[in-house]
Design a protein around this ligand. Structure first.
Ligand code: GLN
Length: 244
C-alpha cells in the first residue's frame, strides 16, 4: 500500500473555483495520505496541454458564464479530446456545476450564446436567461444506497441524454433541472454534479469511491482501509439536516 501513488490533474483551478471547490483536492489528498497513498496534483490552466494517459484522476470545479467561455474555448482547442479519451479509458473524473455543464455536449449561457462542451457526458445545459429563477439552496440526494449533500447555485438547467446515467435522485433541492428529480450524471468513471460546499469533505463516501476506482484501474485493487471518520460523518449528517 505504501508505494501506491496516484496522479490528479486539476483542470482550470484559477478560473473554475467557486464555493470552495478547491477543497475537494485537499480532501482527496488527505484521505489518500492517511492511507499511505501519495496524491500528486498537477494544475492545468488555459493553454496547458492535457495528455489522456497523464492522470489517474481529473477534477474540474464550477464558475460563472464569463469564466466558462474561456474554459469552453480551451476545451475545444486543446483539452477536450484528451479529456474524452481519458474518460473512455476509465480515468476517474469529477466535475462540479459550471465544470459539469462544460463536461456535457453544450452549454447555452444566460446571454443565449452556445458554448461547445467537452462531450464527456451525453447531456446539454440551457440557462433560460438572467431573469429566470436560479436553482439555489442546500441539496440532498440519494446515491447508491447512501446520501449526497451539498449546496447548489446555478441558472443552467441540465438535460441528460441516453448515453449517461443520473448520478443521484433528489430528496430535497433542485438538482439537474428542477423538474426531473435527478441530480448529476455518471458515465464510466466520470461523475458530474451540482454540489458545491465543497462536495467531497461533506461526502466522504464519494471521495473514497473516486480514490478506490482510481486505485482499481491503476493497480487492480481498489481496497481502502476504513478511516477514523467521526468528524467527517458528522459534517455529512449536519449537511443533511440543513433546511433552506
Ligand atoms: N454559470 C453556471 C450557471 O449559473 C454555473 C454556476 C456555478 O458553477 N456555480 O448555471
Amino acid at each position: 500500500m505504501n508505494e501506491r501513488r496516484l496522479r490528479l490533474g486539476h483542470l482550470y483551478p484559477s478560473l473554475m473555483n467557486v464555493y470552495g471547490d478547491r477543497g475537494n483536492i485537499l480532501c482527496l489528498t488527505r484521505r489518500c495520505r492517511l492511507r499511505g497513498i501519495e496524491l500528486e496534483v498537477t494544475e492545468l490552466e488555459v493553454g496547458d496541454a492535457l495528455a489522456a494517459d497523464g492522470f489517474d484522476l481529473l477534477f474540474m470545479g464550477g464558475a460563472q458564464d464569463r469564466e466558462q467561455r474561456l474554459v469552453g474555448d480551451d476545451l475545444s482547442k486543446l483539452k477536450g479530446e484528451a479529456l474524452r479519451e481519458a474518460v473512455e479509458t476509465g480515468v476517474v473524473f469529477l466535475s462540479v456545476c459550471g465544470g459539469y455543464q462544460l463536461a456535457g455536449k453544450s452549454y447555452r449561457g444566460a446571454d443565449g450564446e452556445e458554448l461547445a462542451g467537452a462531450g464527456v457526458f451525453d447531456l446539454h445545459t440551457v440557462h433560460p436567461g438572467a431573469k429566470a429563477k436560479r436553482l439555489i439552496g442546500n441539496l440532498v440526494a440519494r446515491w447508491e444506497g447512501g446520501t449526497l449533500a451539498g449546496f447548489e447555485n446555478h441558472g443552467g438547467r441540465t438535460y441528460l441524454g441516453p448515453g449517461c446515467e443520473p448520478l443521484a435522485k433528489v430528496v430535497r433541492g433542485h438538482g439537474n433541472d428542477g423538474q426531473s428529480g435527478f441530480e448529476g450524471a455518471r458515465y464510466k468513471n466520470a461523475f458530474g454534479c451540482y454540489l458545491h460546499g465543497p462536495v467531497l469533505p461533506k461526502n466522504p463516501s464519494l471521495a473514497d469511491r473516486l480514490v478506490s476506482l482510481a486505485l482499481e484501474r491503476r493497480f487492480g485493487d481498489g481496497t481502502l482501509p476504513a478511516l477514523e471518520d467521526g468528524l467527517e460523518q458528522r459534517a455529512h449528517e449536519a449537511a443533511l439536516r440543513i433546511r433552506n
